[in-house]
Design a protein around this ligand. Structure first.
Ligand code: PLP
Length: 368
């Protein structure tokens, strides 16, 4: 057997919301923060019309960058496309981290920031928190103390759902040395009510980068398209690391059509915001502690704190949700906002599990 690098041996494997081998339609998957309505019909039509495959895609993805420029106000020189934003997290880590460097982030948050750091032999300084929400105001002090090379902030944060206020972002930036880069992962930005204008911040500041994705609001998680928005010097460095033809030709074509369909994006945003409000209210009515979320998911603790058991009981009824234990928060679940049909199934399953527990308790049997 050939031994991998020690950093690689120590890496935890990524665990997807839907376990491998379980068909996408076998369960109601509310564990992966996908868009349950899917992409714009225009994107589906672009996929059907695509007939290539023997030639390499445009390496820069210029046609997609042009529509992203219109949508986000970011010039193509400040954009780099990747095979999902998860891929770009790894590329950023490879481009900037040296063994012994430090990466600052918060707890709990998306696992790939720590993964990229560990891959490169860097240390992770995750600011501790309650697990329910993030104390953004404390972050600048944390960054000043740890002198990180990279800071990864997820906003809205996965899994807590809260948005980093502009003042906290600017304070982190002020605390970051000249050798540091602040990366704001905005995978769920579209679902937030009033997120701060980060594009203008990145345009003014070479030490700020943004990560965005077509996986969530545009419903293209299966295609793998993400984007880095940054100063051209950062785009150049990360572009040298990224493999040359990272985004496939059909993904570029479908991505372009999806981004052009602004009406569909708005429709998805409204559906998520309304569904999130209903889901959070329904959970609160059932006695769950809910941290108000700005993402396409709820972050909630069942009344008795037995979140892992809830996850198992819901799975037995065909509904996948994410146990907070995978984020180091054992008493919470992260539940993706689904279609209204999925919402009804979820609430029926929650009530059925609660009723079966009450019956067992009344009968003096084991609670399960
Ligand atoms: C915060 C965050 N960033 C990035 C990603 C990865 O997105 P992509 O599909 O673009 O790799 C996810 C996926 O769930 C996420 O939650």
């Amino acid at each position: 057997m050939i031994e991998p690098r020690p950093e690689v041996r120590a890496l935890p494997a990524y665990r997807p919301g839907r376990p491998s081998g379980v068909a996408a339609d076998a369960m109601q998957n509310l564990a992966a923060n996908e868009n349950p309505w899917g992409p714009s019909p225009r994107a589906v039509a672009a996929w059907r019309a695509w007939d290539g495959g023997s030639t390499y895609p445009d390496m820069a993805g210029q046609m997609l960058k042009e529509v992203l420029e219109k949508r986000w106000g970011v010039p193509p020189a400040a954009l780099l496309l990747g095979t999902g934003s998860g891929h770009l997290i790894k590329c950023l880590s490879e481009a900037y981290l040296r063994p012994g460097d430090r990466v600052a982030t918060v707890h709990p948050t998306f696992s790939l920031y720590a993964h990229g750091a560990r891959l490169m032999g860097a240390e992770v300084a995750a600011m501790p928190g309650t697990g329910a929400s993030v104390d953004w105001g404390a972050l600048a002090g944390w960054v000043a103390r740890h002198r990180p090379r990279l800071v990864f902030l997820c906003t809205p944060n996965n899994p807590t759902g809260d948005v980093a206020p502009r003042a906290a972002i600017e304070a982190v930036l002020a605390a970051l040395g000249d050798e540091g880069l602040l990366v704001l992962d905005e995978a769920y930005r579209d679902f937030a009510a009033a997120p701060p204008d980060t594009v203008s911040l990145a345009a003014r500041h070479p030490h700020v980068a943004l990560l965005r994705t077509l996986s969530k609001v545009y419903g293209l998680a299966g295609l793998r398209v993400g984007a880095l928005v940054a100063d051209p010097s950062v785009i150049d460095a990360v572009g040298r690391v990224r493999e040359p033809f990272a985004v496939s030709a059909p993904a570029l074509a479908m991505g372009r059509a999806a981004v052009e369909d602004e009406a569909h994006r708005q429709w998805v945003v409204e559906a998520v915001q309304a569904g999130r409000a209903r889901l959070e209210a329904a959970l609160a009515e059932r006695g769950w502690a809910v941290n108000p979320s700005q993402g396409n998911f709820a972050w909630a603790a069942p009344p008795a704190g037995d979140a892992e058991r809830w996850q198992r009981d819901l799975m037995a009824r065909g509904i996948l949700v994410r146990w907070g234990g995978s984020f180091g928060v054992k008493d919470r679940l992260r539940i993706t906002v689904g279609t209204s049909a999925q919402e009804h199934l979820l609430l029926a399953a929650l009530d059925a599990v609660a009723a079966s527990r009450r019956e067992k308790q009344a009968g003096g049997g084991p609670v399960g």
